[in-house]
Design a protein around this ligand. Structure first.
Ligand code: OMP
Length: 236
């Protein structure tokens, strides 16, 4: 079922709003807890999601020195979540130490280890910003591929990339490398700050394992209807 491959972010400022959204959309099986919600209200929401038998993407996008990201990944794994993110640009030592620590953290807590996945190039960044603001001398797709390859070499389970790069990453990284795509936009939804988007059907067709779709659903006047419309488009 394609609908099991949609992850909806709980990008809201309070636990009460997050729970209201989860309860309003019981069809959604996979939720993302990101920086806004985690910083606002801590890890309590993770227990709530687990009680409701939801899968959890804990997206805190760690980016620090190897010892610090490893500690953070050890702690994150202890929550028994399904996916955890780290920036590929933390470097290979940080990535491999983080992967090892996530395994250890899960073992100590007696839970299944999360899949640790690396952010390649944020989906809000344009090729122009990458070149002129971040001074990266490679073309954007080439740079995204380099970051995914670094993550793969470090032993990570997968990467986060825009749907526009997923076909190339799938071809080169293989089928057992998890590829998660945010920046997905149905044709009828506003792009907002996402610059490198495709529609849900195009992203799945291009090889994404999971799609992260937020505001087109959560900010819709009728979130149930928006979810249903996306599911129907994917089924078609
Ligand atoms: O790691 C992520 O999930 C992520 C990486 C990325 O490159 N771009 C990106 O948009 N995201 C997240 O995906 C979600 C996208 O939300 P919408 O733009 O509302 O669909 C947000 O929660 C972002 O934090």
């Amino acid at each position: 079922m394609h609908t099991d491959r949609i992850i909806v972010p709980l990008d809201v400022p309070t636990e009460a709003l997050a729970i209201a959204l989860v309860d309003r959309l019981p069809q959604v099986s996979f939720w993302k807890v990101g920086l806004e919600l985690f910083v606002s209200c801590g890890g309590g929401i993770l227990s709530t999601l687990k009680q409701r038998q939801k899968r959890i993407f804990l997206d805190l996008k760690f980016h620090d020195i190897p010892n610090t990201v490893a500690g953070a990944c050890r702690a994150a794994a202890g929550y028994g979540v399904d996916l955890v993110t780290i920036h590929a640009t933390a470097g290979k030592d940080a990535l491999s130490l983080a992967q090892q620590a996530a395994q250890e953290g899960a073992k100590t807590a007696g839970v299944a280890p999360p899949k640790l996945i690396a952010i390649t190039v944020l989906t809000s960044l344009s090729a122009r910003q990458l070149a002129f603001e971040l001074k990266i001398p490679l073309e954007l797709p080439e740079y995204a591929l380099e970051m995914a390859s670094l993550a793969r070499e470090a032993g990570l389970d997968g990467a986060v990339c825009s749907p526009q790069e997923v076909e190339q990453l799938r071809r080169i990284c293989g089928d057992d490398f998890l590829l998660v795509c945010p920046g997905v936009r149905p044709s009828w939804a506003a792009k907002g700050d996402q610059t490198r988007s495709l529609t849900p059907a195009q992203a799945i067709q291009a090889g994404a394992d999971y799609l992260v779709i937020g505001r087109p659903i959560t900010a819709a006047a009728n979130p149930e209807e928006a979810w249903e419309r996306i599911c129907q488009e994917l089924a078609g």
